[in-house]
Design a protein around this ligand. Structure first.
Ligand code: ATP
Length: 928
């Protein structure tokens, strides 16, 4: 491992010596050296201290309430002389525990895999070139850029700095921003060297170039992380509800079990141990043991499904909240639109130019009428182009090949300006080298502009400013018209505003450009607001940013799904309205509230306003927080997008904070619950659909596992209420077989059922809605359960009728007829469950519509349960344990026909309900 001097020594050295110590230079490390260091120093990653061991997680599955019950029951069975039964109960317990552990493990693997999908990038200089690398590959000696919103990737010394303010709270706990600079200065605190930055801290403002000193676990942050516990897991609302549900149902099951236990002793005079085992059957039948792991796995599958739709969810519980979303507060640029800026026009007072060529192709031209115009032909235009190029932080790299577009490092707005100057044939290298930047005030979405001061070779300095027209116009007192600077009149202002308005109505966004000479006596260390004054207005660059094609459909789906969209943009009101109306978010009469108006509004006025057809334009990111809050106060479940540092409060305030994966800052990504890898609004809607689907699937799964409780319980009820005249039609081991054996796989399949048609045609689920609602309980117990009970009990009596001489003779309580009858009860329940698995797949839509065999997991589950049943029926050793015997061909024919009526009867019911609803003019989707 490479050894370097201490941080403090490195911070104090002259820069040349520091580079030498680090084996680096301002041109960065050679790639080969960087690769070598990556092998010796290891990846730049942080591992948290302790993690829950797999062993602990494994054991947890054997210490749940039901597992303990089964352990104890096994002991009692063995003590009572039923050794085989005792061992079988334990075996079932072990299989169930292992299955649950596997489900949890699969869920964890699925969520862990997501982390890999979202690497953090760092811009470094290697071999003299600026390149983007995965932050994990950063090594000591790497020269890297720090920009507003970055989480700093390594402990590093600053070599260039522009107003850098760092939030070191992750390290020091201090929330105040710390100013950084190139010169060494040591304060009194631990992390107080002014020219050092630390991994894990955040660049809240400004930018810098730094050289990495330590990476990974050797950084200060890494050393602290090594000592701290792994993240504590907080139970999600769904988990809490599931735990409550499991507890409640378990208590009911136990009460029933106890009642049966007493009744078996008193009414049927069963021996105590046998009565206990009998009661246990009832309890196990009721406890929904597989609930939590199956739900966790469904959520994890949902999260994986979302990642395929470009939405990375950080926590499983967000899946649930997504399904409840009622309002989406969405940015415009890049989320609803493509962020493919193309300059369409240039407007100078009294002159308009059109620009040809699509997107980032720089094969177009600037034209005045039909006449192409190049750089050098018109002084006013030249100045605008020069300002657009110099007051610009973005780099556009030529495309690698014909398949790839140019690579943009920076903002698409500025990239469009870079392409514009290329189209004009401006010699950019020359302009850059003869006008070095001496001061910059980077783009700030609050100020909505950016300025630089550049010094020409003759020593004269010029301030260039570009940004939102309203802000810049207020700073201009002169105007450049046909090569002459003169005072700006009200008429000029009106003319500029009218031109801007005309472009905005077409959905185009304009950027105003202005300048002024800076005298030698002016102090460049003043703030931006102190320097930006007495500007001369040059003109407007007007760009298009077409809506994303998928957005139209996504907006429609939000409307049918009763999800409201509120556009919150930094762009101007007219452009915002034009885009919003075009893509169908708002109507022509939409109320537009600007940032300035919003600042004057009271909270209650805002709460009223957000209920209507409204959009917010020219807002500062901080104001988004209030909009989200007002919606929440109205009881809405709010999803909000954001990408900048200042969006973080709104992202945290929202029920679902959504950060942009491509253009978002690290800070926004960390504050968010979900990250869009394609920055696309349509992906939010796809994620909401997935969220609704997962929740519906969990309900389907619940319906399935609950319904088999009824046919499992009915035999015991018959036994008790007949005072033992009807021997137990289903033994305890057989109940365990259905509950913990044959039901497992189809249930798992239901947990991954695809979206049911119409899922986005219904309103969002209310937040207080219970997972297990009345509809599911009724359907499980009074409909599906009833059908299965009738059929399985009939199967039991049928065998007795055929072989036992019943009803003239008493029902056998042992012997081959009894064995065959109980086997038939068990098999009939399993065959009913085959149809139930299909029935549970939709609420009201015909299963034929979604395809009877379209869920492969269910198909596999059905094959699995029939095979398991066959093994239990035909393997001699299992016959002994499960009280089964071989069945006749006729029995199998009867069994094979069972699923058909069970399925068709439910299809008929679904059809009648659909018909009834359509007669009443209601959508089937309205059924909860
Ligand atoms: P949204 O908030 O929907 O993403 P937006 O991208 O237009 O929309 P901001 O990025 O906050 O919002 O920009 C606000 C305004 O700032 C823009 O309308 C534009 O006038 C100006 N602006 C945007 N980018 C730059 C830039 N690189 N330099 C100078 N001004 C800019």
């Amino acid at each position: 491992m490479t050894q370097y001097a201490t941080n403090d020594q490195l911070a104090q050295m002259p820069v040349d010596q520091f580079y030498q110590q680090m084996g680096s230079s301002p041109a960065g490390l050679p790639t080969t050296e960087a690769d070598q260091r990556l092998t010796t120093d290891g990846p730049n990653t942080i591992q948290q201290g302790k993690r829950t061991s797999n062993f602990k997680a494994f054991i947890k599955n054997f210490t749940s309430l039901m597992a303990i019950l089964l352990w104890v029951s096994g002991i009692i069975a063995i003590l009572a002389g039923m050794l085989e039964l005792g061992i079988a109960i334990w075996a079932v317990n072990v299989i169930n525990g292992v299955f649950s552990f596997w489900q949890e493990h699969a869920a964890k693997k699925a969520t862990d895999a997501l982390k890999e999908l979202l690497p953090t990038y760092t811009t470094v200089v290697r071999d003299g070139k600026t390149v983007q690398i995965n932050a994990n590959d950063l090594v000591p000696g790497d020269v890297f850029n720090i920009q507003t919103g970055n989480r700093i990737s390594a402990d590093a010394r600053i070599v260039q700095c522009e107003s850098l303010q760092v939030d070191e709270s992750a390290l020091s706990g201090e929330s105040q921003l710390v100013s950084k600079q190139v010169a060494y200065h040591k304060g009194s605190g631990k992390y107080d060297e002014a020219n050092l930055v630390y991994a894990g801290t955040i660049a809240a403002q400004g930018n810098a170039v730094a050289v990495a000193i330590q990476t990974g676990m050797k950084t200060e942050f890494g050393q602290i992380a090594a000592l701290t516990e792994g993240e504590k897991k907080v139970a999600s609302p769904l988990e809490i509800e599931l735990n409550r549900l499991t507890r409640e149902i378990s208590v009911i099951g136990m009460l029933i079990g106890v009642a049966f236990f007493i009744a078996a002793i008193l009414v049927v005079h069963t021996p105590v141990a046998k009565a206990f085992i009998f009661a246990l059957g009832m309890i196990v039948a009721f406890i929904p043991e597989g609930l939590l792991p199956t739900v966790t796995l469904s959520l994890a599958n949902g999260v994986q499904g979302m990642s395929k739709h470009h939405a990375l969810v950080k926590e499983l519980n967000s899946v649930e909240t997504l399904g409840e979303t009622t309002v989406i507060c969405s940015d415009k640029t890049g989320t609803l639109t493509q962020n493919q800026m193309t300059i369409e026009h240039i407007w100078l007072p009294g002159q308009q130019y059109d620009v040809t060529g699509e997107g980032y192709e720089n094969n177009g031209q600037i034209k005045r009428g039909n006449q192409p115009v190049a750089f050098g032909q018109n002084a006013d235009l030249d100045l605008l182009l020069r300002a657009s190029f110099l007051d610009n932080d973005t780099q556009v790299e030529a495309p690698k090949d014909a398949q790839h577009g140019p690579k943009i490092m920076g903002s698409p707005t500025e990239a469009a300006l870079q392409i514009l100057v290329a189209k004009a044939g401006m010699k950019t290298h020359e302009i850059q080298s003869t006008n070095p930047r001496v001061k910059e005030f980077g783009f700030d979405s609050n100020r909505k502009r950016m300025s630089t001061v550049n010094q020409a070779t003759d020593g004269t300095k010029t301030l260039y400013t570009k940004g939102a027209l309203d802000g810049i116009l207020a700073l201009c007192d002169t105007i450049l018209v046909q090569g002459r600077v003169r005072p700006m009149t009200d008429q000029d202002k009106t003319q500029i505003e009218q031109a801007n308005q005309a472009f905005a109505t077409q959905g185009l966004r304009s950027l105003a450009v202005a300048y002024r000479s800076v005298t030698d006596s002016e102090d460049l260390n003043q703030t931006a607001d102190q320097l930006e004054h007495h500007l001369t207005f040059i003109g407007l660059t007007v760009m298009s940013d077409p809506p994303r094609p998928e957005v139209y459909e996504a907006v429609k789906r939000c409307h049918t799904a009763d999800i409201r969209i509120i556009m919150v943009t930094g762009d101007g009101p007219t452009t915002a309205k034009s885009v919003a109306v075009k893509i169908g978010i708002n109507g022509e009469n939409v109320r537009i509230i600007t940032g300035d108006e919003l600042a004057q509004m009271s909270d209650s006025d805002l709460e009223t306003a957000v209920k209507g057809d409204v959009l917010f334009a020219r807002v500062a990111p901080e104001q988004k927080y209030r909009i989200v809050k007002a919606n929440k106060a109205n009881g809405e479940i709010v999803a909000s997008t954001g990408d900048g540092v200042n969006d973080a409060p709104a992202l945290k305030q929202a029920d679902i904070g959504i950060a942009m994966g491509q253009t978002g800052t690290d800070v926004a990504k960390e504050a968010a619950d979900m990250i869009l890898t394609d920055d696309n609004f349509a992906s939010i809607v796809a994620a909401i659909q997935e969220g609704r689907t997962v929740y519906a699937d969990i309900q389907k799964f619940l319906l399935y596992i609950l319904n088999s409780n009824v046919p499992e319980a009915v035999p015991s009820i018959l036994y008790l209420f007949s005072g033992g005249l009807i021997p137990l039609p289903l033994t305890v081991m057989q109940i365990l077989t259905v509950d913990l054996g044959t039901d497992m796989m189809p249930a798992l399949g239901l947990g991954s059922e695809k979206s049911e048609p119409g899922i986005m045609d219904q309103p969002p689920r209310p937040r207080n809605a219970h997972l297990l609602n009345r509809r599911i309980i009724l359907k499980a117990f009074a409909w599906y359960g009833l059908i299965s009970s009738v059929i399985s009990t009939a199967a039991y009596f049928l065998v007795n009728y055929r072989y036992g001489g019943w009803p003239h003779q008493a029902l056998a309580s042992s012997g081959s007829v009894y064995l065959q009858a109980t086997t038939m009860t068990l098999a009939a329940i399993v065959f009913c469950q085959i149809a139930m698995a299909e029935n549970c797949r939709t609420k009201l839509v015909s299963v034929f519509k979604i395809g009877l065999f379209s869920n492969h997991r269910i198909n596999f589950g059905i094959i699995f349960e029939v095979c398991l049943l066959a093994l239990i029926i035909y393997v001699p050793i299992l016959q002994g344990i499960f009280n089964t015997t071989g069945l006749t061909t006729l029995d199998w024919v009867v069994l094979a026909t069972i699923p058909i009526p069970v399925f068709l009867v439910e299809e008929l019911r679904k059809f009648m309900v659909r018909r009834h609803l359509s007669r009443e003019g209601k959508s089937p989707a309205a059924v909860k």
